[in-house]
Design a binder for this molecule. Structure first.
Ligand code: FMN
Length: 149
């Protein structure tokens, strides 16, 4: 699977005003009509149950210079939002400062899938925040950035 290059997102949510989030690459656009996206949280994720409880999540698309942000959210536990500036989107889920785009969703459905689940989100709002920076990429276990051919 390492031969398949992806971007990296931070999936966030806030139940009872408490922000939670984790790094993910399993994000995909699913449907245009209605507008749906999907991602695959591991059943071991400690943040996903808190995000699920909020009934909404925000996909924060990382820029190439945000490997440090990815490292914070790829750890389980700890005060991930301590030094992170964010604001609440329309669903209440956190939009992180410095991301290049976000997709704010209500949780539409969740399907069992082995040691992960498939979470389907209905898009409530989305925006490009910076089209001058490229995305953070993940390929063969390493981070990289896009160079046009
Ligand atoms: C590049 C990258 C991609 C990842 N993709 C996923 C993913 O799609 N789903 C997932 O559940 N975890 C994924 N992870 C792992 C989680 O970020 C990691 O297990 C994290 O510690 C979970 O934190 P939590 O316990 O607070 O939920 C990924 C990590 C990295 C570095």
């Amino acid at each position: 699977m390492g031969q398949f290059c992806t971007g990296v997102v931070i999936v966030t949510g806030a139940a009872d005003g408490e922000p939670a989030g984790f790094a993910a690459q399993s994000f995909v656009s699913l449907s245009l009509e209605p507008p749906l996206v999907a991602l695959c949280p591991a059943k071991t994720s400690t943040s996903w149950p808190r995000i699920r409880a909020a009934g909404a999540f925000c996909i924060n698309v990382l820029g190439a210079d945000q490997q440090d942000v990815c490292a914070v959210f790829a750890r389980s536990g700890g005060a991930k939002f301590e030094r992170m500036a964010w604001r609440a989107g329309v669903t209440g889920a956190p939009i992180l400062d410095g991301v290049i785009a976000y997709v704010d969703c209500s949780l539409e459905a969740e399907h069992d899938a082995g040691d992960h689940t498939i979470a389907v989100g209905r898009v409530q709002n989305l925006a490009v925040l910076d089209d001058s920076r490229g995305p953070l990429l993940f390929f063969r276990g390493q981070y990289g950035q896009f160079a046009a051919a």
